[in-house]
Write a new protein. Structure first.
Length: 222
């Protein structure tokens, strides 16, 4: 992602939008990678945004906004970016809304700017073998969880909820995401859907920037 940003800006200081950025992990890498950079992290979860504010420096702004509502754009401190980056987040949005969001993202990019979305995106040419790759990745991940090498997302949240210092933020989180609603439904279309959606949104170029097993990063160039 950051190599693509560097190519898009030609070494000039980039202005980045970290979309559904959670705790700001992409922005943290960008702040370390670029000597000068301006970044904006957008998310809705108050717990994750609090952690982002605690870990990022003055080069980054942190904004609370709901990407399900097109008015999220009005919350941004800037209306033009060199790059919009997101990872493992867009699969929570339904098809129609993601189509709309791709158009909104294009409208925020300067000419030549890039949008990169990294997520689980099946390769249309490997329908059967792709499932085997996904099963292998799932097994590897579960083994790491079982060994205690990393926390699962659910275990991470359990630890946050057990920390009394997060009590007010957890209450706000539960107001936004009521537990009685159950878990969200993931929508994971193949990479071809994303490329078609990017072209339909008006991006001049769209392609696969990276692939690793069942995961990929697609890029749209305005």
């Amino acid at each position: 992602m950051l190599d693509a940003v560097d190519a898009a800006t030609g070494g000039e200081p980039p202005r980045l939008l970290d979309l559904a950025g959670g705790t700001g992990t992409i922005t943290l890498r960008a702040l370390a990678h670029f000597r000068t950079v301006t970044a904006t992290v957008v998310d809705q979860d108050p717990v994750l945004l609090a952690l982002a504010r605690a870990s990022l420096d003055e080069r980054a702004a942190v904004v609370a906004a709901d990407l399900n509502d097109s008015s999220w754009v009005e919350s941004l401190p800037h209306r033009e970016f060199d790059a919009v980056l997101t990872a493992t987040a867009m699969h929570w949005l339904p098809e129609q809304r993601l189509n709309e969001l791709y158009s909104e993202i294009r409208g925020l990019l300067r000419p030549g700017g890039v949008f990169i979305n990294a997520d689980q995106m099946a390769d249309d040419g490997l329908p059967a073998f792709g499932k085997r790759l996904l099963e292998r990745e799932d097994a590897r991940r579960d083994a790491r969880y079982a060994a205690g090498a990393v926390l699962s997302w659910r275990d991470w949240w359990d630890k946050v909820r057990a920390d009394e210092s997060f009590a007010e933020l957890i209450a706000e989180h539960d107001r936004i995401y009521p537990p009685e609603r159950g878990t969200h439904t993931e929508w994971l279309p193949p990479v071809s859907w994303h490329l078609e959606a990017l072209r339909g949104a008006g991006f001049a170029e769209a392609g696969i920037l990276w692939r690793g097993g069942p995961d990929a990063a697609v890029i749209g160039v305005r």
